[in-house]
Design a protein around this ligand. Structure first.
Ligand code: PEP
Ligand code: MG
Length: 580
């Protein structure tokens, strides 16, 4: 038995068997064949391709009802690709030309296809390169008798252990089979952690070398509350964790009894508790946790999922589905925040020294006008289906905001001339997630209808600490006086200009921060749906006066350690918190 400490990234307890995901590059042999062997090699290809197609068919039949139409379409497109006569012809021609083994020949054919698509000006075609690689890998696995390695194929319940999963891996995996996620890398606000919380899968990240300490098939306990994993636990430890898990679930159920009650302090101040979502399917969980609406829909995840959407109509459908499901409740959709760790095959590929400080979010959208206008059109068209607000990410100064607003106006004009209906008075807000935006929020407040504080990035940029790097995770401190001062400034400026201010970074869902944010005057909190009941319980137990007093006390403190210690003690005296 071995206990290891990491970063608690998504709560919950899971006990299961390890699946070590090691998506190492396939080593493809290269050897000469004679002319007489060409037919034999071609037959090997046909058999491997057919086995891959059958595998895809069987995945489709076992998962289609559960995973929905989109996944089924995605699998269909792969089946078509693997049986494509043009692919077969190209393989045959190259076998005869090169007189090399079929694995190597297939790789060459794929590289040529990918090169052609990469050079295309059509984003849809460029996106297909990922699919082609995926299909080729499936066929190569059969040619080389390798074990299947796609996470979409998981068919047994596992604790998924990996060095680093990208958000696109997490979106593509068969979620119903993943009991927990455990990684060498990653921090609490990395996007894989955010997805784990959205999918309600317990996760412990930042364990450094867990992939070297366990093997596939090992027993493992994952305690997402404390950020602990226990490899090869003894029977007694397993029993203890089963009991804790039951206790936690019971507490969750108890908290759900607050669903119908408002988030109102003892002295009558009402705040809104909203949910963050990444995929439209989350709306059920949003409603079942009693959210007042959606405060952040990260629309870029539509582009990151396998077979992801990108056309105007596909986006319009996704946004309208969310608005209809929310049935009149407020929904804030953030325009694409691609770039950084959220890279999609449809993006213009550039190699950047500092992607997190680079061509991402609104900067990328303002440069990719066709893509941006497509999204703005889809959003405006969807605005007739509910209470929609648009929000721009990563605004660093007023020029960017003005350019984005100008593009929105132009898009409205073109819809008008096409005779398409939309809500002309749609509120448009911005995320405040850079220190420059925080410090000029008085200027920005004159041009925005609302603010939402993105603390995940605001903390990263204020303290200059990469939010996904486990080695410096100790520096990532929401209670750093520098961060708290910026939050205070943003709220004061917003209220000075008469606009509401929300927070949609992970800090908004951290029970330890709830009272401080209330004391600072936050109007709206937006968080992973399942944390709403706990935050509501805290809000309903305190008064604004108490919260302001707490803020007054910590404002004089000099370090995050001092503030953290004081707040922990203050909260522990009043509430029994389950986490950490
Ligand atoms: C944030 O930065 O706080 C935020 C909500 O955006 P994201 O986590 O997607 O960067
Ligand atoms: Mg952000």
């Amino acid at each position: 038995m071995k206990t290891l400490n990491g970063i608690s990234a998504a709560p919950g307890i899971a006990i299961g068997k390890v699946y070590l995901y090691n998506d190492d590059a396939i080593r493809v042999p290269k050897y000469a064949i004679s002319k007489n062997d060409v037919a034999y090699e071609r037959e090997r290809f046909d058999q491997a391709a057919e086995r891959a197609a059958e595998e895809l068919e069987s995945l489709k039949s076992t998962s289609s009802s559960e995973m929905g139409e989109e996944r089924s379409r995605f699998l269909d497109s792969h089946i078509l690709m693997v049986r494509d006569p043009e692919l077969q012809e190209r393989v045959s021609d190259k076998l005869a030309q090169e007189l090399k083994n079929v694995e190597w020949v297939l790789l060459q054919v794929i590289e040529e296809l990918v090169e052609k698509l990469d050079g295309s000006s059509d984003a849809y075609l460029r996106e297909r390169t990922l699919d082609i690689h995926d299909v080729a890998r499936r066929v190569l696995n059969h040619l080389l008798f390798r074990e299947r390695i796609s996470l979409a194929d998981l068919s047994d319940e596992v604790v998924l252990v990996a060095h680093n999963l990208l958000p696109s891996d997490a979106l593509g995996m068969n979620k119903s089979m993943v009991k927990a996620i455990v990684m060498d890398e990653g921090g609490k606000t990395s996007h894989t952690a955010i997805l784990a919380r959205a999918f309600e899968i317990p996760a412990v990240l930042g364990l450094s070398d867990i992939t070297e300490q366990v093997s596939t098939g090992d027993d493992m306990i994952v305690d997402g509350h404390k950020g602990i994993v226990i490899a090869r636990p003894d029977a007694e430890t397993k029993q203890r964790y089963l009991a804790t898990s039951r206790e936690w679930r019971q507490r969750e159920v108890e908290l759900l009894t607050l669903n119908e009650l408002p988030a109102e302090t003892r002295d009558g101040k009402l705040v809104a508790l909203m949910a963050n979502i990444e995929v439209p399917e989350e709306t059920d969980s949003v409603l079942s946790h009693g959210a007042d609406g959606i405060g952040l829909y990260r629309s870029e995840f539509l582009f990151l999922r396998p077979g992801g959407v990108s056309t105007e109509d596909e986006q319009y459908e996704a946004y309208s589905t969310v608005l209809r499901a929310m049935d009149g409740r407020s929904v804030t959709i953030r325009t694409l925040d691609l770039g950084g760790d959220k890279v999609s095959a449809s993006m213009q590929q550039v190699s950047e020294r500092n992607p997190i400080l680079g061509w991402r979010a609104i900067r990328y959208c303002l440069a990719q006008r066709v893509m941006f206008v497509r999204q703005l059109r889809a959003l405006l068209r969807a605005s007739t289906h509910g209470d929609l607000q648009i929000m721009f990410p990563m605004i660093s100064g007023v020029e960017e905001l003005e350019s984005a607003l100008e593009m929105l106006e132009e898009t409205k004009e073109s819809l008008r001339s096409d005779g398409i209906e939309f809500n002309d008075a749609i509120p448009v807000g911005i995320m405040i997630e850079t220190p420059s935006a925080a410090l000029t929020s008085d200027i920005l407040a004159k041009r925005a209808d609302f603010f939402s504080i993105g603390t995940n990035d605001l903390i990263q940029y204020t303290i200059a600490v990469d939010r996904g790097n486990e080695k410096i995770a100790y520096l990532y401190q929401p209670f750093h006086p520098g961060v708290l001062r910026l939050i205070r400034i943003i709220i004061e400026h917003a209220h000075g200009a008469g606009i509401p201010v929300s927070m949609c970074g992970e800090m908004a869902g951290d029970p330890l921060a709830t009272v401080i944010l209330l004391g600072l005057g936050l109007d709206m909190y937006s968080m992973s749906a399942f944390t709403i009941p706990e935050v509501k319980r805290i809000i309903r137990t305190v008064t604004v006066w108490e919260a302001e007093e707490l803020v007054g006390t910590i404002s004089d403190m000099k370090s995050y350690r001092e503030i953290d210690r004081y707040v922990q003690q203050w909260m522990n005296e009043r509430f029994e918190l389950f986490t950490e």
